[in-house]
Design a protein around this ligand. Structure first.
Ligand code: HAM
Length: 560
């Protein structure tokens, strides 16, 4: 059999590398908490429409990179049972009554019947004043999406159970059998009916198929959640962060995966909460620079631009289209298409043959109205005030349609072609685009995979490897010492130390070999040590071997 591997574009993260991931995630949580952000976790898949409307149909992400599937049509049994019962009650309330017997598990018989797939026991009869149904004609009813031999057998089995169960109130009765299927179900001549009445029941009992998509990004999900939980009604600014996998069917290469991780944050709220203020943009950018500094990432550049408001954009797009019309046939195939569908994306193209044309295209800065210009200037002034360096890149546009005004990326030279460490911006109209109230917002998402690559390239892995070492390896000298070794390990672990526990069946040489690979020190625990309370400790870095009293062991091991 061929061996199975992780799917192209996905990968396993293993220790010790996961230590670094955890450290980065912990740093994000710590830093973001200082800015009063709280964590949000949204589902990994959403209704496809969310991304189509939120991120934009014409974006690369939505038009060609999403993992989308139809979640198939499903038979809704409950709906059929409910409508059937209602129908027979409503039709002729004094004459023909459908009774759902002992629904809440009152009758042990019905519970047994439910287990084999027969949903109802019904008594057909005439309701007399002050008297419940006289129970003249009991019937078992089974509801299915189509006529099946399985359903017929279940009903026949129900009949046998009703006769044989000593607790059954129907032991003496002749119980009739009925299979109810949707009117659209096909007649099936090959199935023997064996005395079962087949009823074709009018109505639609299928939940329609829904198109679902693995999230390619998390902003749309956060805004959907903001709307669904009416977070805007608090009147407060919502500051939410998330850490999780995202999925895009892109061509895998270094720094680009089909399942990748993002750490992101969003600041969103009704305009009265101050969500449109340029101060929010600057605060988010300042937080990012603090986060990268605390991680020790050096050499990043913040590229920033304003992509204009919803009113600036059409004017700029018209100008772009006009400028592209006479030259677009000279451009790459992708850009010829974009020039029609999404001209803003032409600016973002990395295609070398097109750069000369792109250089000469109109700049969005010349199409901003006074409000947008003022907003952008205020963001930059606040960045200047707190000393966050940036580079205004008038060509910066982003690959998602929801952006308005501030857009930014932090790029890093060490990453090669996929040089965007993170990206983000303002999305003042996103909530409305997906059916919500006005809720301007700003946020970012950091490509965690790329952040880790950058950290590793900065030789950080040395300290990561050091982090991966246990403080000590406890080697019981003989199996009799195993329980005492576990007890010592428990004591040390409870004092916060990372301890690897050996096994008394190992020979000393083997214990030393394993300990040397996993831990900084080895602690020997034999009969002598137990009796005297003096433990032998060897430090692999220095080669020193010392005897340490048990009470001082934890403190000694903490000193690396
Ligand atoms: P984005 O620019 O599409 O923005 O992605 C943000 C970051 O995710 C990128 O800068 C990159 O580091 C990383 N990334 C994207 N695709 C991949 C991939 N295939 N493999 C590895 N890393 C990748 C967004 O997703 C927006 N939701 C950001 C945002 C939040 N804007 C406002 N709020």
């Amino acid at each position: 059999m061929s061996t199975l591997k992780a799917v192209r574009g996905t990968r396993d993260l293993l220790p010790p590398e996961t230590e670094l991931w955890n450290r980065v995630e912990a740093t994000a949580r710590r830093v973001f908490t200082r800015y009063n952000f709280g964590e949000i976790r949204t589902p990994i898949f959403e209704d496809t429409q969310l991304f189509a409307r939120g991120v934009g149909e014409e974006t690369d992400i939505v038009s060609k990179e999403m993992y989308t599937w139809e979640d198939g049509e499903r038979f809704n049994e409950q709906k059929m049972v409910a409508e059937w019962v209602a129908r027979y009650r409503a039709d002729d309330p004094t004459h023909t009554q459908a009774r759902r017997a002992h629904v809440e598990g009152l009758s042990p018989l019905l519970r047994r019947l439910n287990a084999i797939g027969v949903q109802l026991e019904v008594n057909w009869g005439v309701a007399l004043p002050n008297q419940q149904l006289p129970g003249s004609a009991p019937e078992f009813v089974c509801f299915r999406p189509n006529i099946s031999a399985g359903a017929i057998s279940a009903l026949l089995e129900a009949q046998v159970i009703a006769k044989s169960d000593s607790a059954s109130h129907l032991r003496q009765s002749h119980v009739r059998l009925r299979l109810v299927v949707p009117a659209t179900a096909a007649e099936n001549r090959w199935i023997e009916r064996r005395g079962v009445t087949i009823e074709f029941f009018e109505g639609n009992f299928f939940d329609s198929a829904q198109s679902l998509t693995l999230r390619p990004e998390n902003t749309a999900g956060v805004v959907r959640s903001y709307i669904e939980h009416k977070l805007g009604e608090t009147g407060l600014l919502q500051k939410l962060y998330y850490i999780g996998p995202q999925f895009r069917r892109e061509r895998p290469q270094k720094g680009r995966y089909r399942q990748f991780w993002q750490i992101g944050a969003e600041v969103i709220g009704p305009p009265s909460s101050g969500s449109e203020s340029p101060l929010r943009d600057a605060e988010v950018l300042e937080m990012l620079s603090t986060f990268l500094d605390e991680l020790g990432i050096t050499g990043w550049t913040l590229e920033i631009n304003s992509v204009g408001s919803a009113t600036d954009r059409p004017r700029y797009l018209a100008a772009l289209r006009e400028a592209l019309a006479p030259v677009k046939h000279l451009m790459s195939e992708d850009n010829q298409r974009r020039a029609e569908t999404n001209p803003l994306r032409v600016l973002d193209s990395k295609d070398p043959q097109d750069q000369e044309i792109i250089e000469k295209l109109p700049k969005i800065a010349d199409y901003l109205d006074a409000d947008s210009k003022g907003h952008f200037a205020a963001v930059l002034a606040a960045l200047d005030a707190c000393g966050v360096p940036y580079h205004v890149n008038p060509r910066l546009v982003r690959g998602l349609d929801y952006y308005t005004r501030t857009a930014f990326e932090f790029i890093h030279g060490g990453l090669g072609a996929q040089n965007a460490l993170l990206g983000g911006g303002r999305y003042d109209g996103l909530s409305e685009a997906i059916g919500g109230p006005k809720a301007p917002g700003i946020g970012f998402a950091i490509g965690l995979d790329r952040l880790i690559l950058t950290l590793q390239a900065q030789q950080e892995q040395q300290s990561t490897l050091a982090d991966a070492f246990a403080h000590a390896y406890i080697a019981p000298l003989g199996e009799a010492q195993n329980p005492a070794a576990l007890s010592l390990a428990r004591e040390l672990r409870r004092s916060g130390l990372r301890i690897e526990l050996g096994d008394g069946s190992f020979r000393l040489k083997k214990s030393f070999e394993i300990a040397n690979k996993l831990a900084r020190k080895i602690v020997l625990l034999g009969e002598d040590e137990l009796r005297s309370g003096m433990l032998t400790v060897k430090d692999f870095a220095t080669g020193d071997q010392t005897k340490i009293p048990r009470e001082q062991l934890a403190a000694a091991l903490k000193n690396i």
